[in-house]
Design a binder for this molecule. Structure first.
Ligand code: FES
Length: 162
């Protein structure tokens, strides 16, 4: 006996159930997928996009690593470490004119950008720089290393005694 397209009611119902199941499954997958995308996009939104610069406080090593007479420019931190006997200080190497990095010279510091000159203590001796180079607080951290705090400017000539 040949089958007609609408053979009996049971087959019709079976076909509808299959279609219904498929639609239910598709909607569930769609809802689940959109929930996942929503959670991911919220997490991406919550995560701060700000990039933070270097910390203001950092250690540079043990005092023995800086013998008397040391005058070392640390470009990554934009400071110059000076040690004279037991006295130690950290002087900024950021030019107070427009922010170029000054280099230690025989007479103090020299800026390659517009020719500002500073003496050994960072005082302006020539050029367009409006202010002396700042000095930063130097201390000994609990692990025995020298700690520089670029968040604390101190008056020039204030040395840390190692
Ligand atoms: S940035 Fe140093 S003199 Fe201009």
């Amino acid at each position: 006996m040949a089958k007609t397209p609408f053979a009996n009611k049971e087959e019709l119902t079976e076909g509808r159930m299959t279609r219904r199941r498929m639609l239910t499954w598709l909607s569930s997958v769609g809802l689940f997928g959109s929930a996942i995308i929503s959670v991911i996009s919220n997490l991406v939104f919550i995560k701060p996009r700000a990039t933070y610069g270097q910390p203001n406080r950092f250690n540079i090593g043990k005092p023995d690593e800086f013998p008397s007479g040391t005058r070392i420019a640390m470009e990554s931190h934009r400071i110059c470490i000076v040690r004279d006997g037991d006295k130690m200080c950290a002087i900024s190497t950021t030019c107070t004119h427009l922010g170029c990095i000054v280099a230690p010279s025989e007479t103090g510091f020299a800026c390659p950008c517009h020719g500002s000159r500073f003496d050994q203590d960072g005082n302006v001796t020539g050029g367009p720089a409006p202010k002396p180079l700042p000095w930063y607080k130097v201390s000994l951290s609990p692990n025995g290393e020298i700690e520089i705090d670029k968040g604390s400017e101190i008056s020039a000539g204030t040395y840390f005694n190692v």
